[in-house]
Design a protein around this ligand. Structure first.
Ligand code: SF4
Length: 330
């Protein structure tokens, strides 16, 4: 689209008020952008910042990560939640070494072919790292467009064809401007047009916003209810994985149980189901004699210590209401 009335105010607002995030600074690398986008898929900025800094300092490019076992990626992922992302990022690093000379590919189709990279992340990396022209549609952008353009209080529960079409129509023609528009719209949705209490008074598009012109009607769709986290299978998986991350040797199933607070493991079926799930997802390697360790480590020759790690604290809760690839909270 050559010009839309939203472009100018949103771009001007971003130039003045955007957060200074390291993956947006001049000198950022495509690898740093990719790592940030994978981490931000389901984890808020405040928790991603220290993790991203540590990750990119240790592994400044894909080759550095690919040279280490997947277990190290899972250890470094620590408590960001949804640790399969770490595994996929490690796999993606291997693919970039094997097929792209150790570089993050520029081509959208090549990005999309990387493990763990879906439509949102491929578009985001192509746009933010390489300045290309793509619609980048995360939950923040969907909410902003739903309100400002469509006049709805909230976006549909999942991405619709109409939203995708609208986002595509709004992308400015010039690639550089398109890339700035993508990040600016996302930032405005994250900081101003927030889910629970939009700050319309400070919004640069308040005079253009269709939802406001309609009198800010209530949402009509079903309310999204937050799911509990403690006690879920995902919570137990987090505890078991934390124990294995801290271990210096493989752990038996019995040792794992000893290391995890009793209350959540009263149900042996849930415990075993969680462990089976970790193995099925490739996050844990099962070893002979009912022992377990993080993946990609060589088979141990040492005996299993009695109590090789301290008790494991509960995993940090992460929002479980939104699963999927697009970032949800920035
Ligand atoms: S005026 Fe309010 S509802 Fe409309 S886009 Fe801005 S923050 Fe969102």
């Amino acid at each position: 689209m050559p010009h839309h009335p939203l472009h100018e105010p949103v771009l001007a607002w971003y130039a003045a008020d955007a957060r200074d995030l390291p993956w947006r600074r001049p000198g950022r690398t495509p690898w740093g952008v990719l790592v940030s986008e994978v981490m931000l898929q389901q984890t808020p900025v405040s928790r991603v910042l220290p993790a991203w800094t540590a990750w990119t300092a240790r592994w400044p490019d894909p080759a550095a990560l690919a040279a280490e076992p997947a277990a190290e990626a899972i250890r470094m992922w620590d408590r960001l939640g949804y640790p399969r992302r770490a595994l996929r990022l490690h796999e993606a690093a291997g693919v970039m070494v094997d097929r792209h000379g150790g570089e993050v590919p520029r081509d959208h189709a090549d990005l999309l072919a990387l493990p763990g990279v879906g439509a949102y992340t491929a578009a985001a990396v192509a746009s933010f790292a390489f300045g290309q022209r793509h619609p980048v549609v995360d939950t923040n952008v969907r909410r902003l467009l739903a309100r400002a353009v469509t006049g709805e209080a909230q976006a549909a529960p999942s991405l619709t064809a109409a939203e995708t079409r609208l986002a595509g129509e709004l992308v400015p023609d010039a690639p550089g401007t398109a890339a700035r528009w993508a990040v600016a719209a996302m930032e405005l949705g994250a900081l101003v047009c927030t889910a629970r209490s939009p700050r319309c008074g400070g919004c640069p598009v308040r005079d253009l916003c269709r939802w406001r012109r309609l009198g800010a009607p209530e949402a009509t769709g079903p309310r999204r209810r937050a799911q509990g986290y403690a006690g879920t299978d995902r919570y137990v998986r987090g505890l078991l994985l934390a124990a294995l991350r801290s271990a210096t040797a493989p752990l038996t199933a019995a040792a794992l149980v000893d290391l995890v607070p009793d209350a959540v493991l009263r149900d042996p079926l849930q415990r075993d189901r969680a462990l089976d799930g970790l193995v099925a997802d490739g996050l844990v390697d099962p070893l002979p004699r009912n022992r377990f360790q993080l993946p990609g480590l060589s088979a141990p020759t040492v005996s299993v210590p009695e109590n090789p790690v301290p008790k494991v604290p509960a995993p940090t809760p992460v929002d479980s209401t939104v699963a999927g690839e697009s970032s949800w909270k920035r």
